[in-house]
Write a protein that binds this ligand. Structure first.
Ligand SMILES: [Zn+2]
Length: 137
């Protein structure tokens, strides 16, 4: 697929959850804030017809990315608590860490889910993959 000056960079397209091949078509049908439907993924790119789920269970591998994002979230929240407790001089406890980490992780679940799939697509299902949209038909 030909890239022109209006094609966003790969990093920007990834951040905006756009197709890894054309970088214009949306991967998800609804916003991440639409909680009942945030996980609804298009079967094919609406612009270039790239098949997103290349094989049954393709997105199972996205769990590994989700795990990494979760660990990054845990560490970020824990470090934020340490910094805030130092700056504002308050006592911390294990329950503060646990409830804060669980709360932030649950609030970030739709974002984690979507970016796990986006990373899976960009690493294993993008423009350079051997897979061609025509082969699936
Ligand atoms: Zn596309």
């Amino acid at each position: 697929m030909e890239k022109n000056s209006t094609t966003p960079s790969q990093l920007l397209a990834m951040a905006q959850c756009k197709c890894p091949r054309c970088r214009k078509g949306r991967i998800f049908e609804y916003s991440a804030l639409n909680l009942p439907k945030f996980a609804k993924t298009y079967g094919h790119c609406p612009v270039c017809d790239l098949r997103f789920e290349r094989e049954p269970g393709f997105f199972v591998g996205a769990m590994y990315f989700g795990y990494a994002i979760s660990i990054a979230t845990f560490v970020t929240v824990a470090v934020a608590i340490v910094i805030l407790s130092t700056v504002f001089q308050f006592q911390t406890s294990v329950s503060l860490y646990v409830t804060s980490i669980i709360t932030v992780t649950l609030l970030m679940a739709p974002v984690n889910f979507r970016y796990s799939r986006v990373l899976m697509l960009y690493f294993f299902g993008g423009d350079d993959a051997k897979y061609q949209a025509d082969a699936a038909k």
